[in-house]
Design a protein around this ligand. Structure first.
Ligand SMILES: Nc1nc2c(c(=O)[nH]1)N[C@H]1C(S)=C(S)[C@@H](COP(=O)(O)OP(=O)(O)OC[C@H]3O[C@@H](n4cnc5c(=O)[nH]c(N)nc54)[C@H](O)[C@@H]3O)O[C@H]1N2
Ligand SMILES: Nc1nc2c(c(=O)[nH]1)N[C@H]1C(S)=C(S)[C@@H](COP(=O)(O)OP(=O)(O)OC[C@H]3O[C@@H](n4cnc5c(=O)[nH]c(N)nc54)[C@H](O)[C@@H]3O)O[C@H]1N2
Ligand code: SF4
Ligand SMILES: [Mo]
Length: 743
C-alpha cells in the first residue's frame, strides 16, 4: 500500500492545531528521545515499518550490539508477531552499501562516478536544479514521484508533501496508481472520502472471502493485520472459513478452507455474478441508509454465474454456493487486494466487493467490514482532502488526475514526449519506478534524458542511479515513529509512539530535516515566491518536528495522549472496532448510494471486453514472497539465503504444450518487451497463467543491490504495459498477455 497523495494536506491542516495546542507538559512529553547509550546491554522496544503490519519489536542489546530481535508479545496490535524482514531492519542500519552522505553523480552511464558532497552543497545543487527548470520551462516541467516507504516514515508524511508545495506542479505521481487507487476511488464515491476504507474484522468474522491477496506472505494491505497466520488459526478454530480466489495456489490459498482458481482479470465477472445471485435468491439485507439497490439489481441482471464461468473458469455452482454461504453466515466479510486492484477492472472489482459486504448487511457490524477509529483520525478531523477526479488530465494521453496525482503509467511518456509542459526535471522520494511501474525500460531511457534529477533515497537503485544528486536520510531505527497511515487500517484500534532507538550519527539528517532545509532553499530560488506571510507560516511549520506534530494531533483527538504513549511504549489498546455508521459517512445525507455512474458506467467496457470468446493464451501475474520487500532488501544475506525466488512459475501442462521443461531458460515476451528467465513447473499455477515476482531485475551501472552470488533476476515491469489502465487510472499490472518460448 502506498498513500503519499492523501497525506498531502496533513501537515498543513495540523498547523492550526499546533498553534492552538498549549505548550503543556503533555505536548512536551514526546520530545526528548533517549537513544541507546554506547555499550548498552539490555532491551529496547522498536517498531518495524517495512510493511503495513507495523509490528512492535523488542531488541536485545549486548555491549551496544543488537543480539536478537523478537516480536513484542505485549503489543496490543501485533501480539508478538515478527517476520524475517523485521530482523533485517538492523541490516539496513548497518549496511555498508547504504548512503549516509549526499552524493553527486559525475559522468553518466558506464562512466558514472559518485562523489560525496556536503549537505550544504547538495541542497544548493538540488534547489538550483529544480528551480532552474521550473523557472525556465514552467511549473509542470518538474515532475515528482513518491514511492512506498514515504508512507511508512513519519517525517516524510508530515514534511515531504509540505515541502513539495513549493513546486506547484501538476506532474505529481506516486506508487498509489500501481497499487490501491481503485480502493480510494470507490471509497470516495461510496463513503464520501478516499480513505474511508473498511477493513475485515478478522478477530470476529466467521467467513473471510479473499480475492487477489496473499496476506500469508504480504501480512495484509489496506488492512493492518499483523499476525495474520495466528488470527486465521483462531478463525478456523472457532469454526470459521476462509475462501480464496486466486490464479495461483498461494500460501494463503493453502491455509484456506477452500481455494478456487480464477482466470486473471476476470474477477469483476465473478463478483458481479455473486451480486446477481444475492438478488435472484433473495439474500440481500442492506442497512436502511443504503440507496440505489434496485438500480444495482438491474445493472447486474445479465452477469449470470454461467457467463462468469465461461470467462473466469470458476464454476457457476461454486459462485452460487460461496454466495449463499457468505450471505447466510452471521458474520462475513469480503476483501480484495493487489490482484483485483491492479487489473483493467480494478475499480469495478473493488466496488463489487463493497456491494457484497453492504448488500449482505456485513458493512459496519462486528465480524464484517468495519471502519477503524484511529487516535489520529486523519479522515474525521478533515486533515486530508476527500478526493476529486478528472479536474485536469495528463498532457500526452489525457489520463485523469485523482486527488491531485496523475497515473504513474503516464510518467515515462510525459518525460520523453517533447512539447509544452514536458517533464524536464524529476524529484523522487523513496521510490524505484524503473522497477515498479509498467514498461520500466522506457522509463529508464526517459530518465537519462532529463535535464536534472534529484532523489531522496538510501540506495543507488535502478531509478536513483539517474539522479544528479541523492540525498540520503537516516533509517527507521534512527527516527521517531508514529504510524499516521496504517492505524487508519488497523484490524483493532490501537496507538503507539516509538522513539528513535539509535542516535543520529554526526553528519546525517532525518528525512523531515532534509525536506525542511531543501524546501526553504528551493522556495528562495523560485521565480514565483510565496506571499511573505504565507511563507513565514510555511517555514515555521517545516521547523516543527514530526513528533511535536503528533503530540498536538493526539491532544486534539483526545483518545490518548503523548504522555500515555510514552508511558506505554508497547502501544495503547483502544479496543475492538466499533460500528460507526451512518454517522461516519461523509456523503450527502449520510447515506450510501451504491449505483455510482462514475463506476457503473464502466460496465459497458466490461461487457465489450468479454463480448467475444473467453480470453485465451498465457497471462502473466505478479507475486510477493515473505522475505521480499518490493524492490529493495535484496542485498541482505539474511533475506536472500536459499533457493533463488525470482523464477517464472508455470503449470506443467503449459510447459509440456510448448515442449519446455522445468528449470529451462525461457523467453517471456509481451507487447512492450521481453525477458529471459528460468522456468519452474508447479501445479500451484492455474493452467494458462504464469507468475513472476515484482521488484527484481537489479541492473544498471552503480547498483549493488543483490547479494550472495544470486542472479539479479528480471523485472516483471519490463513486460507490463502502461497502455493498460483501470477506470481510476491505476495500472493494470495483472493479466498481461505473454508468450513463453525456449531460448
Ligand atoms: N508488476 C508489479 N509491479 C508493482 C507491484 C506488483 O505487485 N506488480 N506492486 C506495486 C506496489 S503495491 C508498490 S507499493 C510499488 C512500490 O514501488 P516503489 O514505491 O516505487 O518502490 P520500492 O521498491 O518500494 O522502493 C523503495 C525505495 O525507497 C528506499 N527507501 C527505503 N527506506 C527509505 C527511507 O526511509 N527513506 C527514503 N527516502 N527512502 C527509503 C529504498 O532504498 C528503495 O529504493 O510497486 C508496485 N509495482
Ligand atoms: N513480504 C512482503 N510483504 C509485502 C510487500 C512485499 O513486497 N513483500 N509489499 C507490501 C505492499 S507495498 C503491498 S501493496 C502489499 C500487497 O499485498 P497483497 O495484495 O496481499 O500481496 P500480493 O502477494 O501481491 O497478492 C496479490 C495476489 O493476487 C493474485 N492475483 C494476481 N492477479 C490476479 C487476478 O487477476 N485475480 C485474482 N483474484 N488474483 C490475482 C496473486 O496471485 C497474488 O496472490 O503487500 C505488502 N507486504
Ligand atoms: S510483518 Fe514483518 S515486515 Fe511487516 S511489519 Fe511485521 S516484522 Fe515488519
Ligand atoms: Mo504497495
Amino acid at each position: 500500500m502506498d498513500l503519499p497523495g492523501p497525506l498531502q494536506s496533513l501537515a498543513a491542516s495540523a498547523e492550526p492545531l499546533v498553534l492552538r495546542a498549549r505548550r503543556s507538559a503533555e505536548t512536551l512529553a514526546g520530545l526528548d528521545s533517549d537513544p541507546v547509550p554506547a555499550g548498552y546491554t539490555g532491551t529496547r522496544l522498536g517498531v518495524c515499518n517495512l510493511c503495513e503490519a507495523i509490528c512492535g519489536l523488542e531488541f536485545t542489546f549486548e555491549n551496544g550490539n543488537v543480539k536478537s530481535v523478537r516480536g513484542n508479545a505485549e503489543d496490543p496490535l501485533s501480539r508478538g508477531h515478527i517476520c524475517p524482514k523485521g530482523v533485517a531492519l538492523v541490516d539496513v542500519y548497518n549496511d555498508p552499501d547504504r548512503l549516509r552522505r549526499p552524493v553527486r553523480r559525475v559522468g553518466s552511464g558506464a562512466h558514472a562516478r559518485w562523489v560525496e558532497i556536503s549537505w550544504d552543497e547538495a541542497f544548493d545543487r538540488v534547489a538550483e536544479g529544480l528551480a532552474g527548470v521550473s523557472n525556465t520551462h514552467g511549473r509542470n516541467s518538474v515532475g515528482v514521484y513518491l514511492g512506498n516507504p514515504s508512507v511508512h516514515s513519519l517525517g516524510a508524511a508530515t514534511h515531504g508533501i509540505e515541502m513539495l508545495r513549493v513546486l506547484r506542479s501538476r506532474n505529481r505521481f506516486s506508487a498509489t496508481s500501481v497499487d490501491q487507487l481503485p480502493h480510494q476511488f470507490v471509497a470516495w464515491q461510496l463513503y464520501g472520502h478516499q480513505l474511508l476504507i473498511p477493513v475485515p474484522d478478522i478477530d470476529r468474522t466467521n467467513y473471510l472471502l479473499v480475492f487477489g491477496a496473499n496476506p500469508m506472505a504480504s501480512n495484509g494491505s489496506l488492512w493492518t493485520v499483523p499476525d495474520f497466520p495466528g488470527r486465521l488459526r483462531e478463525l478456523r478454530q472457532r469454526g470459521g472459513k476462509m475462501v480464496v480466489f486466486d490464479p495461483r495456489r498461494t500460501e494463503t490459498a493453502k491455509a484456506a478452507t477452500e481455494h478456487h482458481f480464477v482466470r486473471p482479470g476476470t474477477d469483476a465477472l465473478v463478483l458481479l455474478a455473486m451480486l446477481n445471485v444475492l438478488f435472484t435468491e433473495g439474500l440481500t439485507r442492506p442497512a436502511r441508509y443504503v440507496r440505489g439497490i434496485k438500480r444495482v439489481q438491474t445493472l447486474v441482471a445479465d452477469f449470470t454465474p454461467e457467463f462468469a464461468e465461461r470467462m473466469s473458469g470458476v464454476r457457476a455452482d461454486v459462485i452460487r454456493q460461496v454466495t449463499r454461504e457468505f450471505a447466510e453466515s452471521d458474520a462475513a466479510v469480503a476483501y480484495g487486494r493487489i490482484g483485483v486492484s491492479t487489473q483493467s477492472f480494478g475499480s469495478l472489482c473493488q466496488w463489487a466487493i463493497q456491494c457484497l459486504n453492504i448488500l449482505t448487511g456485513n458493512l459496519d457490524r462486528p465480524g464484517g467490514a468495519m471502519f477503524p477509529e484511529p487516535a489520529i483520525d486523519v479522515v474525521k478531523r478533515g486533515l486530508l482532502g476527500r478526493g476529486h477526479f478528472g479536474k485536469y488530465t495528463s498532457r500526452v494521453r489525457k489520463l485523469p488526475e485523482f486527488a491531485g496525482e496523475l497515473p504513474v503509467a503516464a510518467m515515462a511518456e510525459e518525460i520523453d514526449t517533447p512539447g509544452d509542459g514536458q517533464i524536464r526535471a524529476l524529484f523522487t522520494v523513496s521510490g524505484n519506478p524503473v522497477s515498479s511501474t509498467p514498461d520500466g525500460r522506457r522509463l529508464d531511457d526517459a530518465l537519462s534524458q532529463l535535464d536534472f534529477m534529484a532523489s531522496v533515497d538510501i540506495y543507488i537503485n535502478e531509478t536513483t542511479r539517474h539522479a544528479d544528486v541523492i540525498l540520503p536520510p537516516t533509517t527507521a531505527l534512527e527516527r521517531d515513529q508514529y504510524d499516521l497511515a496504517f492505524h487508519v487500517f488497523g484490524t483493532r484500534n490501537t496507538a503507539r509512539f516509538t522513539p528513535a532507538m539509535f542516535g543520529k550519527e554526526p553528519g546525517t539528517m532525518h528525512d523531515w530535516e532534509i525536506f525542511r532545509d531543501l524546501g526553504v532553499r528551493l522556495e528562495k530560488r523560485m521565480a514565483t515566491r510565496m506571499p511573505l506571510k504565507q511563507r513565514l507560516i510555511w517555514e515555521a511549520r517545516l521547523r516543527i518536528s514530526p513528533s511535536v506534530l503528533i503530540a498536538a494531533l493526539l491532544a486534539a483527538g483526545r483518545r490518548t495522549s503523548m504522555r500515555a504513549l510514552r508511558d506505554t511504549p508497547q502501544g495503547v489498546d483502544l479496543g475492538p472496532l466499533q460500528p460507526t455508521l451512518p454517522k461516519r459517512l461523509m456523503t450527502k445525507g449520510q447515506t450510501i448510494t451504491l449505483a455510482q455512474p462514475l463506476i457503473t458506467d464502466d460496465l459497458t467496457r466490461l461487457r465489450e471486453t468479454f463480448a467475444e470468446a473467453a480470453p485465451d493464451g498465457l497471462m502473466l501475474i505478479g507475486r510477493r514472497h515473505q522475505r521480499d520487500c518490493n524492490s529493495w532488501l535484496h542485498n541482505t544475506d539474511r533475506l536472500t539465503r536459499g533457493q533463488a525466488r525470482h523464477r517464472l512459475l508455470m503449470n506443467p501442462g503449459d510447459l509440456a504444450a510448448r515442449g519446455l521443461s522445468d528449470g529451462q531458460q525461457v523467453q517471456v515476451s509481451s507487447r512492450v518487451g521481453s525477458v529471459v528467465i528460468e522456468v519452474s513447473a508447479t501445479d500451484d499455477m492455474m493452467p494458462g497463467v504464469v507468475s513472476l515476482p515484482h521488484g527484481y531485475g537489479h541492473q544498471g551501472e552503480g547498483i549493488r543491490l543483490s547479494r550472495a552470488g544470486k542472479l539479479p533476476g528480471v523485472s516483471i515491469n519490463d513486460l507490463t504495459d502502461p497502455a493498460r489502465v483501470d477506470l481510476s487510472g491505476n495500472a493494470a499490472l495483472s493479466a498481461v498477455p505473454v508468450q513463453v518460448v525456449a531460448v
